[in-house]
Design a protein. Structure first.
Length: 527
């Protein structure tokens, strides 16, 4: 029987691959009687030991200092990781398989995130001996053989028998493909003739990878909170069968008809991926908010979460791991950095929304600028409290509200050491922000009780306050301590970033779908 019931569940995950097209201009010409014969090798930096491993190489282009390579390089793309790449170009003269036997023309390093966030990525080639080395051009395209469609279904049923002398069943519906749950609806309480709310299923979950029809199983159960659900009936169908609505099926149980199942609507809709929007020009904007409350401990005392000793603080590690990834999607790499919970100069007034660099402009350049501002701020502020989130959330919300058309998406990274003091106002701010292009990712630093953060991270339910619900889930919380036990700092930083950022593409797409926004170049931008 089924346990751990969660409606609206889908077990289908899509592995995203991108195809890189490489070209170059004005390459060094190392041949005397002809032009160079270039080849480009692509390396990936391994995350576990930072060594470079060859991932692929292009063909050799004869007599060409402006090559347009036909060979494509396929790489699996992961938003939540910084995937560092190196491109090396050699002039191939002769048949030796040893690269050092051939002339080196130049190299370039970048991340896959930088490439996919640019329409056409361009970078200069470096060479230890020459100033003019040429340019490298890289264009990325998402590879997805599965249909970019989803189907919106409306199912109902009738004729279910009572589950007892007085009680009616609480039916829910499941769709299976190859013994895997594709979708599970909510249950309808006390109803022999239920109509489930409309739901959508990716077309790829209803067919093979190349779009061919497959057998599906529709199964309805009587929900029981102890997990011992009772089968009401089932029927074998096909994708084409349920997509050609309206349709009627007889549900079977123990060889007998136990009810009728109706596919009342099956409406196909075009869908888009995170990369469709990023490659179409949507910019990601990250604002950082740092906790300067007294519960962190004095920065001059060992054991303080802000102690500036020989090793980076946990705050610095979290900033390094997350901002280094997000900055690849921001062309100017300018990040507003806010502080909260401290008394600030010149008057010692308590603030929950101050600029950490202590200037009139909150922007810091790159992850190095963010960490430098954090370090310089600690000696000039007085750690205080309480821990209020609402001011920094509302700060970012004001900017996000000016970009409702999908051109910009905002990420607020909050680093904090303790429980929220203004929970009511924070919930109110998050619910108000849930209809805007924003995600909030929270890192818990230290060993405090973070149960209030988990309440905000409403993965299996919508956040609500006095009956007012969030439009969508926009919060992800991770406790840094969960990644520190028995692990080196590099591993901890990578895994922290992966856990924090994994939900951002899903939250991003939920906003675009909610607002009916299509990527640039895909017909009408705002439907």
């Amino acid at each position: 029987m089924l346990s751990n019931f969660a409606h609206g569940m889908s077990s289908q995950e899509l592995v995203v691959e991108v195809e890189l097209t490489i070209s170059a201009k004005s390459l060094l010409n190392k041949d005397v009687m002809s032009k160079s014969d270039p080849i480009c090798l692509v390396y990936i930096q391994l995350p576990n030991n930072s060594t470079w491993q060859e991932h692929g190489r292009t063909e050799v282009m004869k007599n060409n200092c402006n090559p347009e390579f036909a060979t494509k390089i396929i790489i699996g793309y992961r938003f939540e990781e910084q995937q560092k790449l190196k491109f090396k170009i050699y002039d191939i003269d002769g048949s030796s398989p040893v690269l050092d036997d051939h002339d080196f023309l130049g190299e370039a390093e970048c991340s896959l995130g930088q490439i996919v966030s640019s329409v056409n990525f361009v970078t200069a080639l470096r060479h230890p001996s020459f100033k003019s080395k040429g340019q490298l051009f890289i264009r990325a395209e998402e590879i997805d053989d599965s249909p970019k469609e989803e189907v919106e279904f409306l199912f109902s049923a009738e004729g279910f028998k009572k589950s007892g002398f007085f009680s009616k069943p609480d039916p829910f519906l499941e769709i299976f493909k190859e013994n895997t749950v594709v979708h599970r609806t909510a249950f309808i309480k006390n109803n022999c003739n239920p109509q489930w709310p409309k739901f959508t299923v990716p077309m790829r979950a209803l067919c093979t990878k190349n779009g061919q029809d497959v057998k599906l199983l529709l199964r309805s159960w009587n929900y029981n909170k102890n997990g011992n659900h009772k089968l009401l009936g089932e029927i074998d169908v096909t994708r084409n069968g349920i997509c050609n609505a309206p349709q009627t099926f007889n549900l079977m149980n123990k060889g007998k008809i136990s009810g009728k199942l109706y596919v009342k609507e099956a409406v196909p809709k075009r869908t888009y991926s995170f990369l469709d929007y990023v490659m179409g020009g949507t910019r990601l904007n990250c604002t950082i908010a740092i906790d300067f409350t007294a519960s962190n401990g004095s920065p001059n005392t060992m054991g303080s979460l802000h102690y500036m000793g020989p090793s980076p603080t946990a705050y610095e590690q979290a900033l390094q791991s997350v901002v280094s990834i997000i900055q690849d999607y921001d062309s100017d790499k300018q990040f507003p950095v806010l502080g909260f919970g401290a008394k600030i100069p010149p008057n010692g007034s308590l603030s929950h929304e101050f600029f950490v660099n202590m200037s009139s402009n909150p922007y810091c350049t790159g992850v190095e600028g963010v960490i430098e501002a954090y370090r310089n701020c600690l000696p000039v502020v007085q750690l205080h409290g309480p821990t209020n989130f609402a001011p920094v959330i509302n700060h970012v919300t004001r900017f996000a509200s000016t970009y409702p058309n999908g051109d910009h998406y905002f990420i607020l990274l909050i680093l904090t050491d303790g429980a929220i003091s203004d929970m009511h106002d924070t919930k109110e701010a998050i619910i108000a922000a849930s209809h805007l292009p924003i995600s909030i990712i929270i890192v818990g630093i230290g060993n405090a009780d973070f149960s209030s953060m988990m309440e905000l991270d409403s993965d299996n339910r919508r956040l609500n306050l006095n009956g007012k619900f969030a439009i969508r889930d926009i919060v992800q919380f991770v406790a840094f301590r969960d990644f520190l036990s028995g692990a080196d700092s590099d591993w901890a930083s990578r895994e922290l970033a992966r856990a924090l950022l994994a939900e951002v593409p899903t939250q991003f797409l939920a906003f675009m779908k909610y607002k009916n926004i299509t990527p640039k170049g895909e017909g009408s931008h705002l439907i």
